[in-house]
Structure formats: C-alpha cells, structure tokens
Ligand binder design. Structure first.
Ligand SMILES: Cc1cc2nc3c(=O)[nH]c(=O)nc-3n(C[C@H](O)[C@H](O)[C@H](O)COP(=O)(O)OP(=O)(O)OC[C@H]3O[C@@H](n4cnc5c(N)ncnc54)[C@H](O)[C@@H]3O)c2cc1C
Length: 385
C-alpha cells in the first residue's frame, strides 16, 4: 500500500474499538465516530470464550481482563413462589475452561485505553450520510462537516444506522427470537456477592446478578416470552406490566426499574445478512451478525470479527478482496455461534409449565455432574497470524 488507508469506524463499542486497535497497528489512519459523549460503560457482564480469549491475548488486554474477571461462584434458581429449585456451582453453567466474564465497561475501557492516543475519536457525533464514490466514501457528519475516507465500517450495534443506510431496512435482516428483555442496575440491598439468582415462571424470568461483593450494585435482568415481535421498540412500562403480579424480589426490581437511568431494553434477535460489505462499506460485530444474548457470544463474535476484518485489510491492498477474505474466514464461526440460540431460548427461559419443569429437572441433576465441556462453536475459528 502506498498511502495510508483512511478508515472511518462508526461506533466505539467492543467491535469498533477492537477494529481501531488492529487497523492502527496495521498502519491505517483511523477515525472513530461515536454518538455518545464518551466511551460507554455499563451493561451486564459479558462472556469471552475460545477464539475471543485468544483475540484478547493478542490485543494485549488479557492480563487486565483476568484481573477484572467476575468471579461468579453460585447460580441459584427459584420457582414462581420464590422457593429454591437448585443452587449450582457457577462452573456447572459457565462456558468451560478458559472462560472469562467481565463487566462490559471493563472490556471497553481496556480497549479504549489501548487506542485513545493513536486514533482520532469524534464523540457525540455521527455520520449522517454516506456517499460511496469511486475515490472514497464522502461522509457528512451531524453538524454538516464533510470528509472523505477510503473505507467506512459500521460497528454501530444491532440497530446499525450504517447497515440501514447502505443495505436497507432492519426488518430485512433482523430475526426476532421470541423474547423481550431489560437490564439495569439497582442497589444491592440483599447483600448478594458473586452470585446469580434467577426467578422463573412460565414465559418469564427475573434475575439478580451480583458481579462483585455485597457493596456493589446488582445487575437486574427481566425477560419475557412474546411469540410475535412487539410493533414498537420495547420500553420500561411494557416490562413493568408483564411482571406486575410476580413474587420474590420482583416488586423491588420494578421499583428500581422505574428510576433506572441505565436501562438497556431490547428484543432478543439475530442479524443475518447474505453479505457484510458493499462497495467501500463493511459491517462488523452486532451490526453484521448479532447472535442475541441467548447465545452469550455477541461480544466474542464482535472481538473476533474485528480482528478478522483488520487482518484482511492489513494484508490486502484491494479492499474488495479484503472484505471477501474477512467474510469467508469469519462466517462459519458466526453461523455456528448463532445456532447456539437453538429454539430461541426455550431451554433457558421455557414458556410453558411443562418445559419449565423439564428444565428444572435438568438443573437439579447439574449438582451431581462434572462441568460441561466448552462448546466447539466457541473455538470454531482459527485466527490467522
Ligand atoms: C451501553 C450498552 C450496554 C449494553 N449492555 C448489554 C447487556 O447488558 N447485555 C447484552 O447482551 N448486550 C449488551 N450490549 C450489547 C453488547 O455490548 C454487544 O452485543 C456486543 O458487545 C457486540 O458489540 P458491538 O460493538 O458490535 O455493538 P455495541 O456494543 O452495541 O456497540 C455499538 C456502539 O455504536 C454506538 N452507536 C450506535 N449507533 C451509532 C451511530 N449512528 N453513530 C455512532 N455511534 C453509534 C453505540 O453507542 C455503541 O457504543 C450493550 C451495548 C451497549 C452500547
């Protein structure tokens, strides 16, 4: 390559920051535009397994992530009346040996720290229009400024505006998986420490996750089954209404829901696209292939996909060839991990009383079984050097 390629990345989440790291390292001039005013922290703890852990190692953040590892010790499952079904060691339900679980904000902070001085960040901004021309992509930012980049990558999450602008409406690619969920933090008045407690009724689940000791806020999680997608984006009132009559700690969770300023609410769904690039624009992470929280692999796929895209761009001067190599190399891994959502979460969050009883029987047997091996999908990608 003669001149340094200029790349605009839309979104400073896990995929965007990891891509910025690897493109900068490969000699590209990188600009990241992020609609939030700064790096976004918060969010439920996220999982890294198999290939994704290897990407973290190569990125140089593994020691920091190991320190930030959420040392979950127990998972306890409750019936609708609050009585216990089973309490199992965390390793019985985690992701096998080498599994890392970190607060989402700890991961993005580690990635951001590695690139903040080398990469141009435009916070509180967004690309409003993208005009893909022979010489590059002409981009108009929100304030009307115009710049031209050799390439643009959409790393702007499951509801990607880049995807919408270049590939078409979200409905064409979004596959609803039958659940609505909300995640937020609340005071840890129960003094829970390094443990998950999940309440279930048919078609409904409420969980409290203590990622740290008893003085750290709890992650509250509510999800309910709905066979058809809600017509409008889900919101807190819809969540509250579904759980209005629930027992256990749910009334306190609903009080906290009302005041939560960090609520993340969405439907469970997957993005499935026939192609992840068009012209000079490509997609990475959830924007290209969100697998849904039901797989626990969204963050891992984002990290690995960013590595694969950067690797292809650094080793190919022709971006069309690079996008082809990125997609060919990454798609089987993505497909294998999207398949982990199986019947749309019916195993973990059963929607009928009979299915819930079957799940509970399985959970009770876990205490007597050795921890399950890591699923082969987690390592279904061998990274190029
Ligand atoms: C604040 C937050 C909390 C989250 N919490 C959870 C959680 O609790 N559980 C869970 O399963 N998943 C959560 N996620 C999603 C999870 O992080 C991703 O599924 C996964 O890490 C893949 O990351 P990604 O980088 O592809 O997408 P994301 O993590 O969604 O990152 C996308 C980034 O793009 C930015 N962005 C969006 N639109 C634009 C735009 N038009 N212009 C510029 N920037 C834009 C967003 O602000 C965000 O920083 C959360 C995401 C965010 C942003």
């Amino acid at each position: 390559m003669t001149a340094r390629r200029t790349v605009l990345i839309s979104g400073a989440g896990v995929a965007g920051l990891a891509l910025a790291h690897w493109l900068h390292r490969g000699g590209h001039a990188v600009t990241v535009v992020e609609k939030s005013g700064g790096p976004r922290d918060g969010g439920y703890p996220v999982d890294l397994r198999g290939t994704a852990v290897e990407v973290a190692r190569r990125t140089g953040i593994l020691p920091r992530l190991r320190e930030a590892h959420v040392d979950l010790r127990r998972a306890t499952f409750l019936r609708a009346d609050g009585t216990e079904v089973a309490s199992v060691p965390a390793r019985a339900v985690a992701g096998g040996a080498g599994h890392l679980e970190v607060r989402r904000g700890d991961l993005t902070a580690a990635l951001y720290a590695g690139v903040r001085d080398d990469v141009e960040f435009l916070f509180g901004d967004r690309a409003d229009t993208l005009d893909d021309r022979a010489h590059g992509v002409d981009v108009t930012f929100r304030d009307g400024r115009r710049r031209t980049f050799d390439l643009v990558v959409g790393a702007d999450g499951v509801h990607s505006a880049t995807r919408g602008a270049v590939f078409g409406a979200e409905e064409r690619f979004h596959h609803y998986l039958g659940h609505v969920f909300g995640i937020y933090t609340m005071p840890n008045t129960l003094g829970l420490s390094h443990e998950l407690t999940m309440w279930n009724a048919p078609g409904r689940a409420a969980a409290l996750y203590a990622a740290g000791a008893g003085d750290e806020a709890l992650h509250a999680f509510l999800t309910f089954h709905r066979s058809t997608p809600p017509g409008a984006p889900p919101h807190r009132e819809a969540l509250a209404a579904v759980f209005a009559d629930a027992g256990w700690e749910v009334p306190r969770m609903l009080d906290a829901l009302r005041d939560a300023d960090d609520l993340f609410v969405d439907t469970a769904g997957q993005i499935r696209m026939p192609r992840w690039s068009r012209g000079r624009v490509a997609l990475v992470g959830d924007a290209a292939h969100a697998p849904s929280f039901l797989t626990g692999q969204g963050t891992g796929l984002a990290l690995a996909g960013a590595y694969m895209l950067a690797r292809a761009l650094v080793t190919h001067t022709d971006h069309t060839a690079a996008f082809y190599v990125y997609e060919q190399g990454t798609r089987p891994y993505v497909t294998a991990n999207q398949a982990l959502a199986g019947g749309g979460g019916t195993t973990l969050f059963p929607s009928t009383a009979e299915a819930l009883e079957r799940r509970d029987t399985r959970l009770r047997s876990l205490t007597a079984l050795p921890p399950p091996p890591a699923h082969p999908a987690y390592s279904a990608l061998t990274l190029p050097d």
